[in-house]
Ligand binder design. Structure first.
Ligand code: ZN
Length: 679
């Protein structure tokens, strides 16, 4: 009743009263939000809650200058069309490696044990089936919400995220000035059912599952529509330079105190057996949860150890996702197609009688390779068992032989490339067949060029798959070196290429000459040489000449390079056609040496290796690492007896300091480091 009286009085409220009242209302509403969404213990009815929000809205309408970015009224969304701006992630948003079996988990456990010397702890969490989000808070206020995107850049969906009631616009307590928190936006079953019912009533197409519905909702152009869809959120990882604790679990508990929705089902585990128990419990118990989960995430608790374990190009080494067993369906195998990849690898793909599986209709499935077909004894017209795991394309995992008729024949694998007719090869250690005609087989030519121009390689914009096909058909390009001979005049006569886009393509090709060497090495597409491997090679061998003249023994000395990769590199450079392409790229002016060699400032740190830990006054950690390299030093992630220095800043990890002391590694601070490079 008091509330209603206030509503009535607003008109006569002066500015000072309105200011005080609106501030109070904001505080009270956020408190109710917390007790409702975070503590699941509402103190007032929905009706009373709505009245509070309405009152605040009325005041803010009367005195627009009183409206703040963190006001709960901002959750209602607005009708402005949200054009999504791409934002670069401060820390890349990697995806987790997936496992499906206990033995994979044990392998993970073994790797972790080796690096952490058996002294560590796991944290297990449910894996929510939704859309990952990264939230940035400055001085306690939500600044930005960005989707994962491609991991490097994502869409700024802040206006839409603000409408999700349990994401705090403002937080309370002793929080760092600036930090990032990541989590999952998902649609609870109740919201999903309501939404699909509304869509059915309106004759619209239904969403296949809550995850699709979430993805569709997050990308809506109108945030007032988003507000109505009933999305929910759990946050699960805190990032930043000044976090309260040096372990993940305590940081999460702290974040909960600030007002973030953190799942109650986070659990610390000491052994892989406890992890397995957690998984087995939730594999059953999850069926009763009001939202979808598709697995369990296992993280190393200690953040220093997380750093020490590091990341690959795709995923962190300190965390892994265990996926719950997938749903299966049985259907008829109609035929098999063979696809040729950019490296010449042949992948058999099954065409199936359409079947409904885990909410979507499946028509194609992966068969992996000949060996798998033989082992499962898969034949055309068989009734096959299809499973949907983490992959987008489902796979065939078995045959229901009870349906097999007497005249079925064993499957005959192809012997020649379906694209160019070359006889296929298969190396002993390899499961897949390969078409060896790497510079003359259509999908390999196109695939190699597509790989070369891709964002993580040479990042040449304006050239999509279609344009490449067009240029190839017009005999303008046949390999990656041909790109650098392209002239604007050659592009203009082609259909679909206007003056402006021709200019863009030429400029973008020209710009790619500045791309650093390690990416050039990745771009030329040597089999098995991925992003991380290219980086590792370039750390040891600084130029294309050094790499081309290296023998197997030298290559094997490089971190993470085994026989398979070493032989592939040697084979690539032994091919005369490839040598020509590399020479032409070099003549065109591409970077064929590491920048590191160019930017070198001094040799003062030559032969020294550093582990950088903690926070510093004058530099960020990344800046320090760069300075170390510019002075000829080397950065390593883990301390060993051969490490020269532990460069320790404030909040440097205690475990690192202890290890340095034990191994007699010298510990220096920022000033001592400056002395080293300035002496
Ligand atoms: Zn071929």
């Amino acid at each position: 009743m008091i509330i209603l009286v206030f509503l009535h009085k607003i008109k006569t409220m002066d500015f000072t009263d309105a200011k005080i009242r609106s501030e109070n209302l904001r505080k009270v509403i956020e408190q109710h939000n917390r007790s409702y969404y975070v503590d699941a213990n509402p103190a007032i009815s929905d009706f009373e809650y709505d009245l509070l929000v309405k009152e605040l809205e009325t005041i803010e309408k009367e005195y627009p200058e009183l409206q703040t970015a963190d006001s709960p009224t901002q959750r209602i969304g607005n009708d402005i069309n949200n054009a999504f701006v791409q934002i670069k992630h401060k820390y890349p948003m990697l995806s987790l490696g997936n496992t499906y079996t206990e033995s994979d988990l044990n392998d993970f456990d073994q790797r972790v044990r080796k690096i952490t010397e058996n002294n560590f702890e796991y944290v297990c969490e449910l894996k929510f089936d939704g859309i990952s989000i990264s939230l940035t808070y400055k001085n306690g206020i939500l600044q930005q919400a960005v989707t994962r995107g491609d991991g490097e850049k994502g869409d700024d969906v802040t206006a839409n995220i603000r409408t999700i009631r349990n994401i705090p616009l403002k937080i309370y307590g002793d929080y760092p000035d600036e930090f990032e928190i990541r989590g999952e936006i998902f649609m609870p079953h109740s919201s999903f059912e309501r939404l699909n019912k509304e869509r059915a009533d309106a004759g619209e197409t239904l969403f296949a599952n809550p995850r699709n519905a979430t993805a569709g909702t997050i990308k809506l152009q109108n945030s007032s529509q988003v507000a109505k869809r009933g999305l929910d959120c759990f946050l699960y990882y805190l990032l930043g330079e000044n976090l309260p604790h040096s372990n993940h679990y305590d940081n999460l508990q702290e974040a909960k105190k600030w007002g973030f929705p953190i799942s109650q089902n986070v659990q610390k585990c000491q052994t892989i057996q406890q992890v397995t128990d957690y998984i087995n419990y939730w594999d059953e118990a999850r069926k009763k949860l009001p939202y979808d989960t598709d697995g369990v995430v296992i993280k190393i608790n200690n953040t220093e150890q997380q750093e020490e374990l590091g990341v690959t190009a795709k995923s962190p080494r300190w965390a892994i996702a265990y996926k719950f067993k997938a749903e299966q369906a049985i259907t008829k195998l109609l035929s098999v197609d063979f696809q040729v990849g950019r490296t010449g690898a042949i992948t058999p793909v099954a065409n199936l009688q359409p079947v409904l599986l885990a909410g979507t209709t499946v028509k194609r499935a992966s068969l992996h390779n000949q060996e798998q077909i033989n082992i499962l004894d898969i034949r055309i017209s068989d009734m096959v068992i299809v499973e949907k795991g983490g992959e987008i394309i489902p796979k065939i995992v078995g045959v229901d032989k009870s349906h097999r008729t007497g005249d079925s024949k064993e499957f005959e694998y192809i012997t020649h490339c379906p694209e160019c007719g070359t006889k296929l090869e298969r190396e002993e250690s390899e499961a897949k067949h390969f078409c060896p005609n790497e510079n003359g087989c259509h999908p390999q030519i196109i695939g190699k060029i597509e790989h070369f121009i891709s964002r993580k390689a040479m990042a040449i914009d304006g050239l999509g798959a279609e344009t490449i096909e067009l240029l190839y058909k017009n005999s303008l390009i046949n390999n990656v070196a041909d790109l650098y001979d392209l002239k604007k005049e050659q592009l203009l006569p082609l259909e679909r290429i206007a003056e402006k886009s021709a200019e863009n393509i030429i400029k973008s090709i020209e710009d790619s000459k500045n791309i650093e060497f390690q990416r050039v090495l990745f771009a030329i597409g040597i089999r098995f040489v991925g992003e991380t491997t290219a980086k590792k090679i370039v750390e040891k061998l600084h130029s294309i000449d050094e790499i081309m003249s290296a023998n197997e023994e030298q290559l094997l000395q490089i971190d993470e390079i085994g026989e398979r990769i070493a032989q592939s590199i040697i084979k690539y450079f032994a091919n005369q056609k490839n040598q020509e392409i590399v020479q032409r790229l070099r003549d065109a002016g591409l970077q064929m040496k590491t920048k590191e060699v160019f930017n070198k400032i001094s040799d003062k740190l030559k032969g020294m290796s550093f582990v950088v830990s903690g926070t510093f006054t004058s530099y960020s950690r990344d800046e320090l690492k760069q300075i170390i390299e510019q002075h000829g030093g080397k950065n390593v992630s883990a301390i060993s007896a051969s490490t020269s220095y532990l460069l320790a800043g404030e909040k440097s990890g205690q475990m690192k300091i202890e290890k340095a002391n034990r191994l007699k590694v010298k510990i220096i601070d920022e000033n001592q480091f400056n002395e080293l490079i300035n002496k």
